[in-house]
Design a protein around this ligand. Sequence first.
Ligand code: PDD
Length: 283
Amino acid sequence: MERMKDLAYYNGRITRIADMMIPAGDRGFYFGDGIYEVAMVFHRKIFALEEHLDRMEGSAAMVRIGLPMPREEIGRLLQELADRVESECQFLYWQITRGTAPRNHLFPAGVDSNLYVYSKPWPGVEMADDYRLVSVKDTRFLNCNVKTLNLLLNVLAAQTAKEQGCQEAVFVRDGIVTEGSHSNVSMIRDGVFITHPADNLILPGVERRHMIAYCGQLGIPVEERAFTLEELKQADEIIMSSTSHPSMRVREIDGTAVGGRSEELVGKLRARYLEEVEKLREK
Ligand code: PDD
């Protein structure tokens, strides 16, 4: 098989990412009317594929978008596409939109949903110890548990962070810290791992879930509860997590030095993550 440097797929067509053309009638273009997932590929195997497919099904059901093919077929297709990319380590993205039709708010009748996938090379596991955060008011809608394409306020928050010399923004709603613009936020305090409950105010991150599981295995107590920005600043450690950046330690929030007092526990969680990545080698 001839492998490609990167690859895009749209409803059966395969090209390089830069060459993919999508019809302007795709409702993702007009309305952001779709949902998406991001997964990592290590050793050319998709990490946590079933969890991403679970969340994909959940997001699609919550916004009433039908899958373009059965879940198992999507899983098989994603792995086939990852097999066709040169790099063993990839950033794999896919989105499902509510079909192609002339612009109209109502659901189009008799139209299949669209599946767009791309995969590009990724340098490897990215972890850092020097994240700076800026806090941003969380004025997003109340269904942040849906992994929707509608990311306007996340985009604005990420840009605000960049312009303030920070790597991530942290959303605060009614005094409560919810999540980052493209990551979940968790903290360690007195040996306890604390993270916002997986309700409608945050995206239920796959990495957040993994960290909770690793804590269970390592005997680290977990509390899923709301906390304030002040509490976050007092934490021993603050970790931002996402699929592509699974463990980013925070050292500054709004210009105040924070965290850095429980490196050992963070190290244990990171080691567990790396063990899981290594397991893919034998799969
Ligand atoms: N972002 N919260 C938000 C708002 C996110 O966009 C993400 C992921 C997460 C973490 O979820 P997970 O651990 O499943 O990646 C939390 C992806 C990576 C993105 O949009 O690129």
